[in-house]
Design a protein around this ligand. Sequence first.
Ligand code: DX5
Ligand code: ZN
Length: 217
Amino acid sequence: MSMRINPSILSADFVNFERDLGRIANADLVHVDVMDNHFVPNLTFGLPMVQRIQEVSPIPLDVHLMIDDADRWAPDYAETGAFSVTFHAEAASDPVGLARKLRQIGARAGIALKPGTEVGPYLELLPEFDQVLVMTVEPGFGGQSFKREMMPKLTAVRAAADRTGLDIWLQVDGGVTLDTIEVAAENGADTFVAGSSVFSGGEPADQIRMLRERAAA
Ligand code: DX5
Ligand code: ZN
């Protein structure tokens, strides 16, 4: 299984995104956290910024929307040319309809599950999605510690995804470090979001390489 490392620019320098994007050229995708201070108690940036990041980024964007009213906004993010757009299960009134719209625009469609969100109701919807994002922290902030108690949720999604026979990516987001990436991989994750461990350790490209090696171990 190929292991993808998606650095989160939530931990990059907000006035030097272009420079910091250049420091993660060996990443698979750039994880872009959009927060609206309603769905989560923090605010980052919105559509105009994501459009600009898309224009200057050498690697494709993996947009993670932590916003209310995903039905209204997610398609616009797909229209920027983002590779994938992930919205939270609670934020869409019609998750399947929205996923279909995102795919129609040409983006991969993702659904995100907060720590308190039950996975059961979404398992039968998996064929409608290209990826599932399991949060291993409460969404809103970088630098929190990895919730190991989410591992059963990962294994449940992995088993259901494998049953579909489709190549559904299983993403883990929050507290992913050299110490936690292995257990996430063991439990079925294949795509790893890492913010502080990439940007606040040593050289970001070295951190990415080490994370990828550790995930594949
Ligand atoms: C948190 C965001 C994450 C965040 C992860 O709400 O969704 O993508 O950047 O940061 P770390 O890797 O520092 O936990
Ligand atoms: Zn994220």
